[in-house]
Design a protein around this ligand. Structure first.
Ligand code: MSP
Length: 546
């Protein structure tokens, strides 16, 4: 525990870089919020925000970007600028704390990609070869003969696959089969996903094309030219994968490599679990510590897709955050999301249920209950954990606050290391439940009624409320990566915003140096989360916004 990130001095979390041809939707937001929650918790673990790097960005060199832009009378880069800005804006609105935002059209990235390819060429891992196959123009990817047949020679979007023949540069993927196999077993998670990829690897790895020809068609001219051959450009997927390295490949940032975790959806695990580690091995770079592929959000049980037009889009996302707050949306996505091995449905009914149970009636109610009692019985000044009178038998003698609090922090960190951010933040929920049960068992409100007849009751009441407040503080710390705004407000109103430099263990030490002190002013319980009215119709946006 004393060595955060398993002995690694720094933590580096990445999301996929998103296609700039699409507008942001709930899927992009989900992965990015998961990664953000992880990064925020890591910052607490280190006790030093500068030790954590969170990267997201946009993947821009696609033929579609050129054609869509042309259809709108724009240049490719103008169109990319607009859409990349849309991603940056929504991530800002969702309180994503990314350290940097990469765009593959940036010079800093393009130069590095050329240098990496040169290194691969020098290592003898790149050769020119012929290729013919079925190509899905929309996905910008070749489809195997078997898959093409299965799909009736139609692409994912229903348009016919095209037969393409081209000369490409190939990367000797097959040479790295052993390294890839070991990598998958050790570092790709969840295990079920790793096993699927492994099974495919065991069928045999073929070398992969890493370039596409440049022709007279302007769509083929948008990309990074292959070093030494201007007639080819770097295949968009290879270009994109390099973002993870290019951004931290500077003297100041090198310590962040290897990545602590690449987070993504299961549909792109092949690139991250097979091609990327092989390329890194060929480059002599260290391999990422974890490749984590979550499942998908579905809508009304159906896959969200462009052809169905059923994505939860930007406008709907904003309608949700308008009604439930940014933290309300973050909470639902994180705790009910498809983080493990099954898809999860985005449902309004479930959203309201979870919002009310966890936030309004859970953490929100508990915090204001405690704040109100401190206000009412002690004028808003936190009483001390005095030794209660000897005849006082706490009804929940089994509660061990010190152990529960530190235990929650330890479990949260262990879950974080496995990228289980849902389980990590659930430790905060567990502490809230402990406080609720403790209040119900010790009944401080009843005790308050007998203060006159039994003066010793005052010490007991003070002890109970101190314990509750201190435990709510620790719960708020553990919940803050998921609910940065609301937990920030709560901690600030109790005057216990985590001090810079304090680690998670220190912050979660009950009654420790960073704990609440007798005499601290506890603000009266503001309503953190207003109970949601389940009878209202789901939030929908009236009209598209930028
Ligand atoms: N540009 C590539 C990634 C290159 S990374 C080197 C790409 N982009 S994408 O815009 O299609 O984004 C895909 C990612 O968005 C998924 O891997 C996942 O992280 C997220 N999601 C897209 N749809 C999703 C759901 N329906 N549910 C959850 N996450 C989803 O692929």
């Amino acid at each position: 525990m004393s060595t955060p990130d398993s002995g690694h001095p720094a933590t580096y979390i990445t999301t996929p870089i998103y296609y700039v041809n699409d507008r942001p939707h709930i899927g992009h937001c989900y992965t990015t919020i998961v990664a953000d929650t992880a990064a925020r918790l890591w910052r607490l673990v280190h006790g030093d925000p500068s030790k954590v790097f969170l990267l997201t960005g946009t993947d821009e060199h696609a033929e579609k970007v050129v054609t869509t832009a042309a259809g709108r009378g724009l240049s490719a880069i103008e169109w990319a600028d607009q859409n990349s800005a849309a991603f940056q804006r929504v991530f800002g609105e969702l309180n994503i704390s990314n350290t940097d935002f990469v765009r593959t059209t940036q010079e800093r990235h393009k130069q590095k990609v050329r240098a990496y390819i040169e290194r691969l060429q020098q290592a003898g891992d790149v050769y020119l070869g012929d290729f013919e196959g079925w190509y899905d123009v929309n996905e910008e990817a070749y489809v195997t003969e078997t898959k093409a047949k299965e799909q009736n020679f139609l692409g994912d979007n229903g348009k016919p696959l095209v037969r393409r023949r081209e000369q490409n540069y190939y990367f000797r993927l097959s040479k790295y089969t052993d390294a890839v196999r070991a990598f998958i077993k050790e570092r790709v998670r969840p295990e079920a996903r790793a096993n699927e990829v492994l099974a495919r690897v065991e069928e045999g790895l073929l070398d992969v094309p890493i370039s596409r020809p440049v022709t007279d068609d302007p769509a083929t001219q948008f990309g990074i030219r292959m070093p030494g051959d201007e007639q080819h450009r770097v295949y968009v997927w290879i270009d994109a994968l390099f973002n993870y390295l290019s951004v931290v490949d500077t003297p100041e940032r090198r310590a962040f490599w290897p990545a602590t975790a690449h987070v993504m959806g299961k549909e792109i695990i092949w690139f991250h679990a097979v091609i990327w580690p092989a390329i890194l091995t060929a480059l002599g770079e260290k391999l990422p510590r974890l490749v984590y592929a979550h499942c998908h959000y579905t809508r009304d049980g159906k896959k969200m897709s462009k052809s169905l037009g059923n994505f939860i889009d930007l406008e709907t996302i904003r309608a949700y955050t308008d009604r439930f707050g940014v933290d309300g949306l973050r909470w639902y996505l994180i705790t009910q999301g498809p983080l493990h091995t099954t898809d999860a449905d985005f449902s309004y009914e479930k959203f309201v249920e979870v919002f009310n149970a966890d936030l309004a009636n859970g953490i929100g109610n508990c915090a204001s209950r405690v704040g109100n009692m401190v206000q009412k019985y002690f004028d808003g000044v936190l009483p001390g954990p005095e030794s209660p009178a000897s005849d006082w038998q706490p009804a929940t003698a089994s509660v061990n606050f010190e152990e529960d609090a530190l235990g929650a922090a330890r479990i949260a960190q262990r879950e974080l290391e496995a990228m289980h951010v849902d389980a990590a933040v659930d430790q905060g929920v567990r502490l809230v439940r402990i406080v609720d049960n403790y209040i119900n068992a010790t009944r401080p409100f009843s005790l308050a009624k007998v203060l006159e007849e039994r003066p010793s009751a005052r010490g007991e009441l003070g002890t109970i409320l101190y314990r509750c407040a201190e435990m709510v503080r620790i719960a708020a710390v553990l919940l803050s990566p998921a609910l940065p705004q609301k937990m920030g407000e709560l901690l600030a109103s109790w005057g216990c915003t985590p001090a810079a430099g304090a680690t998670l263990d220190q912050l979660c030490t009950f009654g420790g140096d960073h704990g609440l002190k007798p005499g601290d002013k506890i603000a009266k319980g503001e309503v953190l989360f207003m109970r949601a009215d389940a009878t209202l119709p789901p939030p929908t946006a009236a009209a598209p916004v930028a």
